[in-house]
Design a protein around this ligand. Structure first.
Ligand code: G4P
Length: 193
């Protein structure tokens, strides 16, 4: 997605060879025009898939998720993160380990919002090791619903998440794929269109 690549080049800050800071348009301040275009692009990529729900995780997945859900005309559900939790019968719970933050969160979704027969598109802002996406997919499967695909805003293709998700059989579509953050510079995996 050319508009997003240009935004990454103009405003992304390479914090290390592992981490890209994009708080001016995605993770803190948010660019609504860009979000709207992302929603259209995910909708185009998953056209004809009869998606019935979009699922993301708080907090930065919510903006691209809601724009995609708006375009598709379906509800958005965001998984909540909690440090610890008393198990309850009316929620789906999965553990998600963050390598970036070195912590485990339990993510939860109320059972009443995803049902057997739902066709779910998972959306998230970053794909690194794939832990969040796998956790969301496990929740969909707990519900007896189907993961139609995983839409990612920024995939760090030098980390294993994309490969692991594809090996597990999921369709992954990333709006931009970053090959490297070495030497303080962003290199895209796919050439600029
Ligand atoms: P994974 O799900 O692919 O395994 O990734 P990981 O656990 O490493 O990611 C943990 C958090 O760090 C996630 O946000 C993810 O979006 C974010 N993250 C990972 N790599 C980068 C990066 O290079 N740049 C930025 N800006 N964020 C990155 P989170 O904790 O869920 O935060 P938020 O959604 O509440 O903002």
């Amino acid at each position: 997605m050319q508009l997003l690549k240009q935004k990454v080049l103009d405003e992304g800050i390479v914090l290390s060879n592992q981490v890209l800071k994009v708080d001016s348009f995605l993770n803190h301040q948010m660019d609504p025009v860009l979000m709207k275009e992302m929603g259209k692009e995910f909708t185009r990529l998953f056209d004809g898939q009869n998606i019935t729900r979009v699922l993301t995780i708080e907090s930065s997945g919510i903006a691209p998720g809601i724009m995609t859900a708006l375009e598709l005309g379906v509800p958005l559900i965001f998984a909540r993160k909690q440090k610890s939790l008393t198990l309850r019968h009316d929620i789906f719970v999965e553990k998600v380990f963050s390598f970036t933050k070195q912590e485990t969160n339990e993510i939860t979704v109320a059972k009443k919002f995803i049902h057997s027969g739902d066709r779910v598109l998972i959306i998230d802002d970053f794909l690194a090791n794939g832990e969040a996406a796998f956790g969301l997919a496990r929740i969909v499967e707990q519900a007896g619903a189907e993961v139609i695909g995983i839409g990612i805003v920024i995939e760090k293709a030098f980390q294993p998440g994309g490969r692991l998700l594809k090996e597990a059989g999921y369709r992954v579509e990333s709006l931009v794929r970053i090959a490297s953050l070495d030497d303080g510079a962003v290199s895209f995996a796919d050439p600029l269109e």
